[in-house]
Design a protein around this ligand. Structure first.
Ligand code: ZN
Length: 158
C-alpha cells in the first residue's frame, strides 16, 4: 500500500545564507587547559575556562543573509550540531519559533517568496462592492455576487 500524500501549506520565514561565520575563540596569552567545565575536567582558572564561563553556549555562529538588507542571525551549538548550516542553503524559522536549515534545492522546490505586504488585501478582485457591505459575500465569489443574489441553483432547491 502506498503512503498517504501530504502537501505543505505552511508559511515560514527564511533567507538564503551567504556565509556561515563561525565565532572564533580568542588567542590566549598563556597556556590553557583543554578540559570541559561541563564535565568537570577543566581547571576553572585559565583564560580558556574564563572565556567559556563568560560566553556560555559554544560553539556559536552568525548566519549572514545573501540579501544585505536583512539582519544576520546568531545560532547556538544545538542548531549547529543538528542542522549543519552551509552557505547557499536557507535559514528557516517556523511560526512557533523553531529554527531549521534547508538545502537550496529542497527549499526552492517547496516554497515561493511572498511579497512584504499581503497584496490580496488590496486586490480589487477581492474587494466587496460597497452596496453589498453588511451582507455575507464569500471572497471566492466573483465580484457582484452576494447573498442577495444567489447564483447557485442549489440555494433554491428544496
Ligand atoms: Zn582551564
Amino acid at each position: 500500500m502506498s503512503l498517504p500524500r501530504y502537501r505543505c501549506h505552511k508559511e515560514v520565514r527564511a533567507f538564503k545564507i551567504a556565509e556561515v561565520r563561525h565565532d572564533q575563540m580568542p588567542a590566549f596569552l598563556r597556556p590553557v587547559c583543554r578540559g570541559s567545565l561541563l564535565f568537570g575536567s577543566a581547571c576553572g582558572r585559565c583564560e580558556r575556562c574564563q572565556f567559556f564561563r563568560e560566553h556560555g553556549d559554544w560553539p556559536t555562529a552568525t548566519l549572514v543573509p545573501q540579501n544585505p538588507e536583512l539582519d544576520p542571525v546568531k545560532v547556538g551549538s544545538a542548531y549547529l550540531a543538528k542542522h549543519r548550516p552551509e552557505a547557499g542553503g536557507y535559514y528557516v524559522r517556523y511560526d512557533d519559533g523553531y529554527e531549521s536549515f534547508s538545502k537550496a534545492k529542497a527549499f526552492e522546490e517547496g516554497y515561493t517568496l511572498l511579497g512584504p505586504i499581503d497584496i490580496t488585501l488590496f486586490d480589487p478582485a477581492h474587494a466587496i462592492p460597497p452596496k453589498y457591505l453588511g451582507r455575507p459575500t464569500h471572497p471566492a465569489d466573483p465580484p457582484g455576487t452576494s447573498a442577495d443574489f444567489p447564483v447557485s441553483t442549489d440555494a433554491n432547491s428544496t
